[in-house]
Design a protein around this ligand. Structure first.
Ligand SMILES: Nc1ncnc2c1ncn2[C@@H]1O[C@H](COP(=O)(O)OP(=O)(O)O)[C@@H](O)[C@H]1O
Ligand SMILES: [Mg+2]
Length: 287
């Protein structure tokens, strides 16, 4: 079932001169229920501009965005309602925490949706449990938490609205490896629990290989590829031309293949690499 559809979306920032490309130019794609779509592209390629259209934060200069089959701008007065259906986690979302307690920050979104009383409390607590915000944090000030914990609380605030589509703009940027892993796990767990569609911008090809079903590749405001992770990563030459790359482990396997070792091209994760190498070793023993 198609949950989200973007048709021919163009965005021109006011002040763009004819000499500057549109920030986003004629992009079309759609997302199915439960799908994880990764968005990759060089800095300035239009990724953030594109995703800010998905919940009506930006209005297309041309083109349309459909959520559950409805054009989100058909009724501009209702545009805020779309924000609970499509949740957007900004880059460095921890800078947008502002309430006195962690509880109040996470409750802010669902409260705006009209939840109150026990229902609101249950929603906040369920979200915290799902993504591992400990009860003892709830009465603390968000400003007393570590960077990684603040990020988790900011993400919880969007997840507490239980959006059917959740969009992350570089959710692991600036975190240490443990922080990155925990944010990746939260995203994975939310998808499993809610069956939501996930759209995630990242510069980490490793994270994309582990998490995404499909990749949308942006280049200078245009959509360059929209395909399975496998088909996109098999196009390493083109990715390099536009300032991107394949996962490091994939590069290792290219080199092995070039050196005459019979390995496949489609190795994108460490666990798959280990499987393949074990298979080769077993084959040698058998020979
Ligand atoms: N608020 C803005 N006003 C004018 N130009 C902008 C604004 N935000 C981004 N841009 C420009 O739009 C283009 C795309 O930017 P952006 O969507 O932030 O790309 P990305 O997220 O891929 O780095 C860039 O050329 C950028 O300079
Ligand atoms: Mg960006």
């Amino acid at each position: 079932m198609t949950v989200l559809e973007v048709k021919n979306l163009t965005h021109t920032y006011s002040g763009n001169t004819p000499f500057i490309n549109d920030a986003v130019s004629r992009v079309s794609f759609s997302a199915e229920k439960g799908e994880i779509i990764g968005i990759i592209g060089h800095t300035g390629s239009g990724k953030s501009t594109l995703v800010q259209h998905l919940n009506g934060l930006l209005k297309p200069t041309e083109g349309e965005v459909f959520v559950d089959g409805e054009n989100i701008w058909d009724n501009p007065k209702e545009i805020r309602k779309i924000r609970s259906k499509v949740g957007l986690v900004f880059q460095y979302p921890e800078y947008q925490l502002f309430e006195e307690t962690v509880y109040a920050d996470i409750a802010f979104g669902p409260k705006n949706m009209g939840l109150a009383g026990d229902e609101l409390k249950k929603r906040v607590l369920d979200t915290c449990r799902l993504i591992g915000v400990k009860d003892e944090y709830l009465e603390k000030s968000p400003f007393d938490l570590s960077g990684g914990e603040k990020r988790r609380v900011a993400i919880a605030g969007v997840m507490a609205m239980k959006p059917e589509v959740i969009v992350f703009d570089e959710p692991t940027a600036g975190l240490d490896p443990a922080g990155r892993e925990s944010v990746m796990k939260i995203i994975h767990d939310y998808r499993q629990a809610v069956g939501a569609t996930v759209i995630i911008i990242s510069h980490s090809m490793e994270d994309m290989a582990l998490l995404a079903d499909k990749l949308l590749v942006m280049n200078k405001g245009s959509l360059e590829m929209f395909d399975t992770v496998e088909n996109v990563f098999l196009n390493g030459d083109r990715l390099r031309e536009i300032g991107l790359n394949v996962p490091i482990v994939t590069r290792v396997f290219y080199e092995l293949k070039a050196a005459g070792i019979p390995v496949p091209d489609n190795v994108f994760t460490v666990s798959r690499a280990v499987e393949v190498l074990k298979g080769i070793k077993a084959g040698e023993r058998g020979a």
